[in-house]
Design a protein around this ligand. Structure first.
Ligand code: ZN
Length: 84
């Protein structure tokens, strides 16, 4: 049995969603809440557009990436968001 040991809530750095405690060890997307945010982070860094999208919401970032021809939609799978 495991107890809650003063573990601070971990939040997704992209959308600030609070992650379940077990996400750190059980989520393949950690520290992100899911594949979408992971991809948003990867895309905005790898594409050198971090400064441009930094002020946008996750949804706006995805929209922006799609406008730039980055196929994000294909990677959006809501099942992954709860697949901890
Ligand atoms: Zn997120």
């Amino acid at each position: 049995m495991t107890r809650c040991q003063m573990i601070r809530p971990q939040t997704c750095p992209i959308c600030k969603t609070e992650l379940p405690p077990e996400a750190a060890t059980r989520s393949k997307w950690f520290p992100f809440c899911g594949e979408r945010c992971r991809n948003v982070d990867l895309a905005r860094w790898s594409d050198g557009r971090y400064a441009i999208v930094d002020d946008l919401s996750p949804d706006q970032i995805v929209d922006e990436l799609e406008k730039q021809g980055i196929d994000v939609e294909d990677l959006l799978d809501d099942e992954n968001l709860t697949d901890f």
